[in-house]
Design a protein. Structure first.
Length: 731
């Protein structure tokens, strides 16, 4: 009997415990299910504007802040930036395809005529959605439009959108962020949310009170709410009627209203909420434009932090494609069809002003570097071609036995020899320029003329300081390679902030080693390796290119697939050429097979093990999801990019000129080169392996022309130096 009572007590206690556990689990589950995301779309906002927004600054004091790359498939403004946030990848679009309307009796009929029957109750829809889908087919990127909205819909989450940017014509872009893959949103109002304000652009501004009322009314129903503020967009359209003073008057007034709304929204939302303040397009005033826009993400339990993601690996920088997976993760929704990565928070513990100053510097430097990159590199390309042609003329004229007998050479031999010496100094200057471009990034200049002067002075200093050194070019090549490797190991500051690197604004690459630096590193490593083997006689130095391959291939360092293939080709070719056996076709096939196998292993490992896959890892994930067709798309994209660069880029001309000049020099002075390379066979093997690697790099990279052109500048410099007599070569 006593045992029975004890058993009964234990059973009762166990049942009570289970009931408490189930209740707490249900409560916990309920909390998870009650999470909300409120996205405040303050389009055209700049990082500088936050200085005028005390409430937003207060919120940043307990949240994450960063800069966002806003580029769509082809532009930094209007529909593409909005679409890309809600798509699987960068998207295309034109303004008339953003035809979001309230679905009343007439517009529902129009929608169903174009899209078919509605599958539920919706208040907002895009009646141009089919045009939008068709516009994105057969493009470089093939985005899944409405990916975020569809994932939320499939998980039972409800969406709402309020607001517009209507000016002289309707402009409803906010709905593009919330719509599903049929262009629909369950709740919202994109037509009747403005209030009359005769002193505002176009006489209207958003009615924040009405928006807050709608949000409060549907608080328990809606999980993801997009609020399209619109006032800064209206001001941008209205600026043609304003001077700078009145433009800033209206801008500060709009920012003040927005700041008050952010305060009210933060006070009204529940604790399990996320507020995102975002500008899908570039910001700017009448005089300036900022390509990187501010992004603020607040939750009630967040520490002061800088935003980052696996897409960029840069503190304070994310992409517009990272927004969708971040929202999906917070709302426990699927993350299908996303290219971006979840945004993470790098806790800094620093003051708001410190973080904002850091982001302002990044924004300013990125903008300036993008503006400076074109003219600086274009001038460098032209100067390189001119120097190579001049040097080639002097080298050939003073070294070719046939030309030496001609009176215009023989009578002025002193002139030709002096010209050859000067042209050699010019070659050294050109070869040192990439190193100077990288080093001047440390000066953090924001003036194009000052940057050009600093680069010229740095190149001149390197040219002068190395005059007493034998094999000056090899020393400069080695220094350049060392700086590239050291920079990527320390986080790629020089690559991001110099004209030689990749731009966070363009967004083709955010980390690793870009194609320009890949070409320089490839040629520097191969030429230096040949000289080291030749001087020491130690074949162990042939392992240096494999070390370069490792740097180029590792996802935490170079992360450059095309550059890795070029390095692998050059490294293996050097080993084969240095062997005693004659190189045969089957050896080349074996090289290709080894490289292909290495790529496959690296790609599978990167896709399977890395939290932030490189381009190679993403390719393998894409192949897994979509089949071989995604691989073919990449091949077509790379080929079309190279064809475009070959036909219209200054770098295709650099590639052609350096190749032609080098070829003429070698053919015209074949006796000199034969004698030199017979004595220095390892040097010849290194050059041949370098040429093979450059050619492969040209073919497999989507901007392979850049890789090959920069590699050729160093290759041509070295070959022209080798065509000079021994005394001048070593001076």
């Amino acid at each position: 009997m006593r045992l029975k009572k004890s058993f009964t007590r234990v059973l009762s206690a166990a049942m009570a415990f289970m009931l408490v556990f189930m209740a707490s689990s249900h409560e916990s589950s309920g909390e998870s299910e009650s999470k909300k995301v409120y996205m405040v779309v303050a389009n055209r906002l700049m990082i500088e504007d936050i200085e005028h927004m005390e409430n937003l600054k207060d919120m940043i004091g307990e949240s994450g802040v960063g800069l966002m790359n806003v580029r769509g498939a082809s532009s930094y403004s209007n529909i593409e930036g909005f679409l890309t946030i809600n798509s699987s990848s960068k998207s295309y679009g034109i303004q008339e395809m953003a035809s979001m309307v309230n679905l009343n009796e007439d517009t529902k009929l129009l929608y169903e005529t174009r899209m078919g029957s509605l599958d539920g109750d919706y208040e907002v829809g895009n009646v141009e959605f089919n045009r939008l889908k068709l516009f994105n087919e057969d493009r470089t990127y093939k985005p899944s439009i409405g990916a975020l909205g569809e994932n939320l819909k499939l998980s039972g989450k409800k969406r709402a959108v309020y607001g517009n940017s209507d000016g002289e014509e309707p402009l409803r872009l906010g709905g593009l962020i919330a719509m599903d893959q049929r262009g629909l949103v369950e709740y919202g109002d994109v037509e009747n949310v403005n209030m009359e304000d005769k002193l505002a652009p176009f006489g209207v501004r958003i009615d924040y009170g009405k928006v807050l009322g709608n949000i409060e009314k549907l608080k328990d129903e809606v999980d993801f709410t997009v609020i399209d503020i619109g006032d800064l967009d209206r001001l941008k359209e209205y600026e043609i009627y304003l001077d700078e003073e009145m433009f800033m008057h209206h801008r500060l007034k709009a920012l003040g209203h927005l700041d008050g709304f952010i305060r009210d929204l933060k006070e009204s939302v529940g604790k399990d909420s996320m507020i995102v303040v975002i500008s899908p397009n570039e910001g700017g005033t009448m005089e300036t434009e900022k390509k990187l826009s501010p992004l603020v993400i607040w939750t009630d339990d967040m520490e002061p932090s800088l935003l980052t993601s696996g897409s960029t690996r840069v503190e304070g920088l994310v992409t517009n494609m990272d927004i969708a997976p971040t929202v999906s993760e917070y709302l426990s929704a699927p993350q299908d069809n996303y290219v971006g990565r979840n945004i993470s928070y790098k806790s800094t513990g620093s003051e708001v002003d410190t973080r904002l100053e850091y982001l302002l510097e990044m924004s300013t430097q990125s903008n300036f570097t993008l503006e400076a990159r074109g003219p600086i590199l274009s001038y460098y390309a032209v100067i390189s071609m001119v120097v190579m042609v001049i040097a080639g003329i002097f080298v050939v004229a003073s070294g070719n036995s046939f030309l030496k007998e001609k009176s215009f050479v023989s009578r002025n031999m002193g002139f030709w020899k002096k010209g050859k010496q000067i042209s050699y100094e010019m070659i050294v200057f050109v070869a040192s320029a990439p190193l100077s471009f990288m080093l001047t990034a440390l000066l953090k200049l924001d003036n194009l003329a000052l940057l050009a002067i600093a680069s010229i002075l740095t190149s001149g200093a390197i040219t002068i300081l190395t005059r007493a050194i034998r094999n000056r070019l090899a020393v400069i090549f080695s220094l350049t390679a060392a700086v590239i490797v050291l920079d990527v190991a320390l986080g790629s500051y020089l690559a991001r902030n110099s004209v030689m690197g990749y731009s966070p604004v363009i967004g083709a690459r955010y980390f690793g080693i870009g194609n320009e630096l890949s070409g320089l590193l490839l040629s520097a490593v191969m030429i230096t390796t040949g000289l080291l083997i030749q001087k020491s006689g130690k074949k162990l130095y042939a392992s240096i290119p494999f070390a370069g391959l490792l740097v180029m291939a590792l996802s935490k360092l170079g992360a450059n697939v095309g550059g890795s293939i070029a390095f692998a080709t050059a490294a293996i070719m050097l080993v084969l050429l240095s062997g005693k056996r004659k190189l045969k076709f089957k050896s080349l096939v074996a090289v290709g097979a080894i490289i292909a196998a290495g790529i496959a292993v690296a790609g599978i490992a990167d896709a399977s093990l890395s939290d932030s896959p490189t381009h190679l890892g993403k390719l393998f994930l894409s192949i897994k999801a979509e089949g071989v067709s995604s691989l073919l798309e990449v091949v077509v994209r790379k080929l079309s990019m190279n064809i475009s660069l070959l036909s219209g880029s200054v770098w295709s001309r650099v590639l052609m000129v350096t190749t032609v000049v080098s070829g003429i020099a070698v053919l015209s002075l074949k006796d000199i080169y034969r004698e030199r390379f017979q004595k220095h066979s390892y040097m010849l093997n290194s050059v041949l392996a370098l040429i093979a690697g450059s050619l492969v790099g040209l073919l497999v990279n989507d901007s392979g022309v850049l890789l090959a052109a920069f590699a050729n500048i160093y290759t041509a410099s070295f070959l022209l130096q080798a065509g000079m007599n021994e005394k001048e070569k070593e001076s």
